[in-house]
Design a protein around this ligand. Sequence first.
Ligand code: ATP
Ligand code: ZN
Ligand code: MG
Ligand code: MG
Length: 470
Amino acid sequence: MEPEKMDENEWNYHGEGNKSLVVSHAQSCVVLRFLKFLPNINKSTEEVYQHLHNILDFGKHIMKQFLGENYVHHGEVVQLPLDFLKRLCLKVQSERPESRCEKEMDVSGYAMCLPNLTRLQTFPFLECRPIFCIEIKPKCGFIPSSAHITKEIKKKVCRFCMHQHLKVAKGKWKRISKYCPLDLFSGNKPRMHFALMNLLQESQNNLKVFKNGELIYGCRDDQEHFLDLNELAHHLKPFFFPASGLISGPQCPKTVVKELIHMLTSVLLNNSTDTARAANIMPIIPLSQGRNYCEASHFCPHLLNSKHATETTGLPTGCILYKTLQTQMLDMLDIEGLNPLYKRVEKYLAEFPEERSTLLLDGPYDETFFEKLKDLSLEDDGSVSYAVTKIQQYRVAMTAKDCSIMIALSPAVQEQCLDPWSVIRSSQSSFIHSVSILDLDLKPYENIPHQYKRDSKIVNHYLKSIKVQE
Ligand code: ATP
Ligand code: ZN
Ligand code: MG
Ligand code: MG
């Protein structure tokens, strides 16, 4: 990226979350990811630079170990000319959804440069090929079983399903989604199909579809869908059912959507050859620890009662869902068990503020930090060190509960000699695909009390709303 040649006209608004705003380059396959701050928060250039470096290190040295080398792109920190940033900021402002404008794009001079994951990563030389990308934000895929939990309902209904009630009551979404993360993470194909169908029908901010890098389906935050499912099927049809000649096949939208769901399921269950180091050196957390279904799930209950559907997870250990779930499960105490440990550390820091850096609360996110995460012991010896380890594991788990999985698919051409892992077949065509995970920022230490309050708010609201329904 040559600073003197930066032209805002070559960059387009791509999307944003709560913490960052993303613009994509019109031709080359890269995006710039900027931090966002509330207008009254004045961060120095140095602070922004440090923050971005922390994000980079965390992806590179920590999340890669958990999720696998090939799935994580840590990117690089780049410095950009201030006049370019000012013009870019003005340019994208009109495209931002109103609900996200509370925070402003940071224009202090640094951003993260990342590959554009809505385009195919595996085969950059196939750029001219049409490409679809499905982004799934799966959220937490297990029910906690921690002994510290005080509300029984948390051991029966998953966080996502409970949270839906509060979100609808607050007006964030119009309808309750029938998606339940436990169905997606079940490894059971009918349940996964059900989960994906519900994500497509009520996508909220958990599913987006990009065509050639452009968002074509999914809520842009609180705005309505860009397309309905039939229109999405119309876009997808030539991919799954390539026309012989000019007339495309007779498949109805439902068939096309089903084909997409099948394809996504195969990709999500695909056993990657890539090894996440943590999988080899960390004791695997037993997936059968808690229950593996959620009582609020809309998946047909009589199927759930059958032995087949409640069997321990069918997730292959190399697949992206398994790795994500294992990382999420580093939250072993639940926020209720964690909050007292946070208080323990806070008390200690009040007495010895200079110890903050020795405890590695704010990094550096390196080998040493990673080594400490491997201690899964739950025997609390009352020490600050135990508390810090659990807090850090919780923060890593929270990151994995909030990340997005990007699945890019592009039609394969027969004569190409491709790595067998990258080709995936649907009933009438084959695709090359790539899978990546994004949004892997470490959640702030200071967030813990807020998380604790939020948890009880969600649970209390859920209990109230199901009582009303009864
Ligand atoms: P959240 O509120 O979920 O924490 P965030 O503020 O951390 O979000 P991201 O999720 O990183 O922001 O980015 C916002 C959106 O921008 C993503 O959901 C995705 O659609 C898009 N995006 C981010 N990074 C990339 C990338 N490298 N390639 C393509 N699209 C991207
Ligand atoms: Zn659920
Ligand atoms: Mg984020
Ligand atoms: Mg995000």
